[in-house]
Design a binder for this molecule. Structure first.
Ligand code: DP6
Length: 398
């Protein structure tokens, strides 16, 4: 077969996911094996996505990586672990039938971009590694169990390999072969479910999740108790609430699990604080709002940062957004306050406002991103969407 002239190129997109039963803590830091299983909702790529182009060519002299147009070190161990694992799977597959002309010793160039500001503190490593692994797997013609490979990039990335509602099984084996993601239900399962991301103003997080969770594993007795005695029961309960589309049960457990995760952070020594005053004001607001309605209409969850992710059903979104807008009036800096899926304008009944809106804090919420559950990684077939040109270099730079 004649050698292709340009590099072999593949472009994929991948989603962000938000855990409703949190992953926090590894039992094996090299293989990225968690101390407990976790469960997440994959968010729609129309609003939040990573796009990654992977290219391989005999002409490339080293592995190179560009993130949002800027070149970064491609020797980082997690990236190399993903690359090594995909190549291992390709080699294994080729034992059976050698279909692909792509030489496994070729170096790769990878360019990756988020369609959301990295500075916003939205989980980008999950989408990033899920996208990298999807693109590399396509490039090398590898199929099948790829969540195990994505896990080697970032634990939560394994859940971004699937759409809808996803469980990451902790697994039992020391080699991690059973620590994989599984779809519990597709994104179409709960069509009314909506997600509001309240991007909170403030600085970047102080402690990254990798270091934070290790410190928790080393020092928090609460984390150990949580992993052993709390999470297993919560997982089966959460799966049932999702199966039954029971928002009351789903919402309550989502909030409780977020709170317990942050409690383990406080139990870590020295303690880690991811929530800030605005996060806490949002928590209090959600509880006043639910109490006013006499049921769980909104549920919050927070990861390793101050931004709130709110779950609600479609018919609650307009009113709750009006409540947030009244509580945290947008600063007039020209930033679009509402982004993503459309939000209707709801008149806020004065009696509701009086019951739930505390002293307004202008500018505390920078913007709201409205989204919903979505599918897993996608292949982009249009060559115009490649982030790398025929020379294997980024088409656009930062
Ligand atoms: C709080 O997946 O970012 O978002 O495996 O070290 O890369 P590493 O950590 P990461 O941790 C995510 C933690 C979390 C909870 C969750 O997503 O389950």
């Amino acid at each position: 077969m004649a050698e292709e002239r340009g590099p072999a190129v593949v472009t994929c997109t991948a989603p962000v996911n938000i855990a409703v039963i949190k992953y926090w803590g590894k039992r094996d830091t090299d293989l990225i094996l968690p101390i407990n299983s976790s469960l997440s909702v994959t968010l729609h790529q129309d609003q939040l996505r990573t796009t990654t182009t992977a290219a391989a060519s005999r002409d490339f002299t080293e592995d190179r990586l560009w993130l949002n147009g800027e070149e970064v070190d491609a020797a980082q161990p997690r990236l190399q672990a993903c690359l090594r694992e995909v190549r291992r799977l390709a080699r294994k597959r080729r034992g059976d039938e050698d279909a692909s002309p792509l030489n496994l010793s070729y170096k790769v160039h990878v360019a990756s971009e988020n369609n959301f500001p990295t500075a916003a503190g939205l989980a980008s490593s999950a989408a990033g590694y899920a996208c990298l692994v999807s693109a590399l797997a396509r490039l090398y013609g590898v199929e099948g169990e790829l969540s195990e490979v994505a896990r080697r990039g970032s634990g939560s990335a394994c859940r971004s390999m699937l759409g809808g509602f996803v469980q990451w099984h902790r697994g039992e084996r020391p080699d991690g072969r059973d620590s994989v993601a599984q779809q519990l239900a597709p994104e179409t399962h709960w069509p009314e479910l909506r997600v509001l991301i309240l991007v909170v103003s403030g600085e970047k997080k102080a402690v990254g999740s990798t270091a934070g969770m290790q410190s928790s594993v080393d020092t928090s007795p609460l984390l150990k108790y949580r992993a052993e005695a709390v999470v297993p029961e919560r997982l089966s309960r959460m799966a049932r609430h999702i199966q039954e589309r029971d928002f009351e049960g789903f919402g309550q457990l989502t909030m409780q699990d977020s709170n317990q995760f942050h409690a383990t952070c406080l139990d870590t020594f020295p303690p880690i604080f991811y929530l800030n005053d605005v996060s806490r004001a949002i928590i209090a607001l959600a509880h006043r709002y639910n109490a006013h309605h006499g049921r769980t209409k909104v549920a919050y969850t927070f990861d390793a940062g101050p931004n709130a992710v709110i779950f609600a059903l479609e018919d609650t979104v307009d009113e709750f957004v009006a409540v947030v807008r009244r509580s945290f009036p947008p600063a007039s800096n020209g930033d679009r306050f509402l982004r993503g899926l459309p939000v209707g304008t709801a008149a806020l009944p004065e009696e509701l406002a009086a019951a739930v809106v505390a002293e307004p804090v202008p500018g505390a919420v920078r913007y709201i991103l409205h989204t919903k559950p979505g599918p897993g990684p996608q292949l982009l077939r249009d060559p115009d969407q490649h982030l790398l040109g025929a020379d294997g270099l980024p088409r656009r730079t930062a």
